[in-house]
Ligand binder design. Structure first.
Ligand code: HEC
Length: 144
């Protein structure tokens, strides 16, 4: 392999690590990145719900569909009991994995519903509340 390609790879790896300052375990990084994408999509919906961004039905539906996709991936990303000093995952995930999986599926179902039914600005607040409940029901048990 030529040296410039190697250098490029190291720069990419460095950028990913910086986004989650100092996470060493790649499996932990991958699940954090998925959660961060879910968080970013919620921000898109949240800004529209608060009137900080104008309503855009297709952008809102895309954001919800993205949440559904990442929540569908969540059980697989957490199956192996990986840890990292920077991780906020609680050990209970792996003693109650069936419940953890059910909570990921609940978010997926809610996000799929929202992605199909979000058609007017009036739908935003209920959608954000419904999705937010699904985040909270998992974070309250399984995230530091
Ligand atoms: C099935 C459980 C589950 C659901 C549902 C869930 N999360 Fe998470 N989330 C976690 C766990 C566990 C972590 C900690 C992961 C780690 O640090 O290893 C986390 C971490 C995060 C993080 C921090 C990621 C980072 O950069 O380190 C954000 C942001 C986040 N979640 C947003 C959300 C939002 C928004 C929702 C709802 C739309 C949601 N999550 C739903 C389990 C869940």
């Amino acid at each position: 392999m030529h040296k410039p390609i190697l250098t490029g790879l190291f720069i990419l790896a460095g950028a990913a690590a910086l986004a989650h300052s100092g996470v060493q375990n790649q499996a932990v990084l991958a699940r954090m990145e998925a959660m961060k994408s879910i968080g970013d999509a919620m921000k898109v919906l949240g800004r529209m719900a608060k009137g900080q961004a104008s309503f855009d039905a297709s952008a809102a539906q895309d954001a919800a569909a993205g949440i559904a996709r990442h929540s569908a991936d969540t059980p697989a990303l957490f199956t192996a009991r990986e840890t990292d000093p920077k991780s906020e995952a609680k050990p209970a995930i792996w003693t109650d994995f069936a419940d953890f999986t059910a909570k990921a599926r609940a978010l997926e179902t809610a996000a799929l519903d929202v992605s199909k039914s979000l058609t007017s600005p009036d739908d935003l607040v209920p959608a954000v509340q419904r999705l937010g409940q699904a985040c909270k029901s998992c974070h309250s048990l399984y995230r530091e």
